[in-house]
Design a protein around this ligand. Structure first.
Ligand code: PGA
Length: 283
């Protein structure tokens, strides 16, 4: 068994154990240093799926992961109302379950929102924050994303913080400026490689079937790593995922790019066959 898997299992166990005791935070830093041994493949289901199909998808994936341990750390982020059933469906496997968003407050009058505390209490291990669809559809600012990420850390969740440029920004040579600003503004205070994962997702590559060249991905990942080191003291131990039209057909080459520590997968995470094809492509 690879150390990365041990890390994930331990992490889930600690969270489950801790939430039983009702504690708000989980110390996952004690197992620092093993996080980068294995790629992280995270599925973002977005607003897709109904109950029965989602349980079948999660269960089918859990069977694959149990039968083929150690290929990658695997997380799935279903729509909020499905989390409990998905958690039950993956029980006994090493698959982590996460939210797609959280509020920055722990509780209160915020109709329609979900707190990081509740996600953790239910058994989630991570939460995506700052996805470009939330930045666009809900006008989320980097300040808000940062507050959400801080709430996630406080609840003991790993925050998967998304950044990425639009096509117009790339075409006008602003990729580094935009991504740099998002890194500076969105990463939570006190972030560590064990509590924060960055997902680089060029907006124009999401759901379009288009991806940057491998050289472009490598260059932006290197830029992000440097920037996160300068602004938040993060660097070599930090996981940086690539997201945007990752499919079984391109996963092997993307996941082999220097500085790519995994993938955040949308459309191709919606079938066992496609998502497993990506997991199997991990070098
Ligand atoms: P996609 O989405 O894989 O469907 O392009 C990725 C994402 O938005 O996380």
């Amino acid at each position: 068994m690879r150390q990365g898997r041990y890390w994930l299992d331990t992490w889930k166990h600690l969270i489950a154990y801790d939430s039983k005791r009702g504690a708000a935070t989980v110390d996952i830093r004690s197992i620092a240093g093993t996080i980068n041994m294995t790629k992280l493949i995270a599925g973002n289901w977005k607003m897709n799926g109904l109950l029965a199909g989602s349980v079948a998808l999660a269960g089918g994936l859990a069977e694959k992961v149990k039968a083929n341990p150690g290929l990658a750390d695997v997380a799935i982020c279903p729509p909020g109302p499905l989390i409990r059933d998905v958690l039950t469906a993956v029980d006994g496997s090493s698959i982590a379950v996460g939210g797609q968003d959280c509020h920055w407050n722990e509780t209160g009058a915020h109709t329609g929102d979900t707190s990081a505390t509740l996600l953790a209490d239910m058994g989630c291990s991570c939460v995506i924050v700052g996805h470009s669809e939330r930045r666009a559809d809900h006008d989320e600012t980097s300040d808000q994303v940062k507050a959400k990420a801080e709430a996630a850390l406080k609840a003991g969740l790993v925050a998967i913080v998304c950044v990425g440029e639009t096509e117009a920004e790339r075409d006008t040579g602003q990729t580094e400026t935009v991504v740099g600003r998002q890194i500076d503004g969105s990463l939570p205070g006190g972030a560590t490689p064990q509590t924060v994962v960055i997902a680089y997702e060029p907006v124009w590559a999401i759901g379009t079937g288009r991806t940057p060249s491998l050289e472009e991905i490598e260059a932006v990942h290197a830029y992000i790593r440097n920037r996160a080191r300068e602004s938040h003291g993060l660097g070599s131990g930090l996981r940086i995922l690539y997201g945007g039209s990752v499919k079984p057909g391109n996963a092997a080459e993307i996941l082999s790019v220097e500085g790519v520590d995994g993938a955040l997968v949308g459309g191709a995470s919606l079938t066992v066959e496609d998502f497993w094809g990506i997991i199997e492509s991990c070098p």
